[in-house]
Design a protein. Structure first.
Lengths: 177, 177
């Protein structure tokens, strides 16, 4: 999908954050712009409005920002995936790889019913490790993944290779750092 | 304001989480219910729709869930307050007290302009320490706080005493543990 140039112009690029050589794409400058925020949610909505979505699933914490707004607009429910130890009821857990070592995320075991039609939404598709773990959690609960949506895709990190069995929507693409 | 009994019925109460004697009010059962999620956002919206709000400010991470949805609906911008070290550009920082010790939260220094009309929104009003710190951050940037909104108020913790100079909206009240 073509990058949205207006949206891209509202992103702030910060060199060497969180460490040297990384360009951090700061979405807070998009979020505070009412026109950009509206456009993002509306584009996510347009992708799914006719697809009978029952729940939007997002990963803590930036994913929460767009996830609940989209769920509201779709008249769907919202399901958070959180870091280990944050969710209070019975959960299932999924490990995923970080640059060094592993981390784990959880979803409530009763958050997704078999057959639920699910959008998984996050702010950023980088290497795809986080979203791949989120997909596994939803699939273990027998949710049907209708699509994956991202505000930003760092295409040079090839995250699509890990999750390409699902339809992917991204609004802004960066081809290099 | 009167507690909304339907909304309250969708909250799951979990005894002894995160520690013995505390009843944790789990909002994930509300979030996954499309009717409840819609009702929450619509009630926040009704409170502010005629008040010319320019930005909705929320505290990481559960606050993000409703904050961006409300901002979208109001055609306002969304501003996240995050834990120390997460925001990449220039910030101002505010310490606040925890049960033992202190923690700190940050907002981007350019996130609020003088005169911005602000709603601060969080999922929970407990002792009020977090929201008081959020108010200080907004006031230091010369934002005008139009109101504070919460999904849940634990009224027996008297959080209103700390922030009562601002109008407060809460949708669900618990008078005791």
């Amino acid at each position: 999908m073509k990058t949205d140039e207006y949206l891209k112009s509202t992103i702030r690029s910060i060199p060497d954050f969180p460490k040297k050589g990384i360009v951090f794409r700061d979405i807070t400058t998009l979020l505070k712009d009412p026109k950009a925020l509206k456009q993002v949610v509306d584009r996510f909505y347009d992708e799914y409005k006719d697809k009978d979505i029952s729940k939007v699933v997002s990963v803590e914490s930036r994913g929460f920002i767009f996830g609940a707004a989209l769920a509201y607009k779709l008249n769907a429910g919202f399901v958070p995936i959180r870091k280990k130890g944050k969710l209070p009821a019975e959960t299932i857990i999924q490990e995923y790889e970080l640059e060094y070592g592993t981390d784990a995320m959880e979803i409530h075991a009763d958050a997704v019913q078999p057959g639920d039609r699910i959008v998984i939404l996050d702010d950023l598709l980088a290497t795809g490790g986080t979203i791949e773990a989120a997909c596994k959690l939803v699939e273990r609960l027998q949710g049907e993944i209708v699509g994956l949506s991202f505000l930003i895709e760092l295409s040079f990190l090839n995250g699509r290779q890990r999750i390409g069995r699902h339809p992917i929507q991204s609004l802004i693409t960066y081809d290099s750092e």
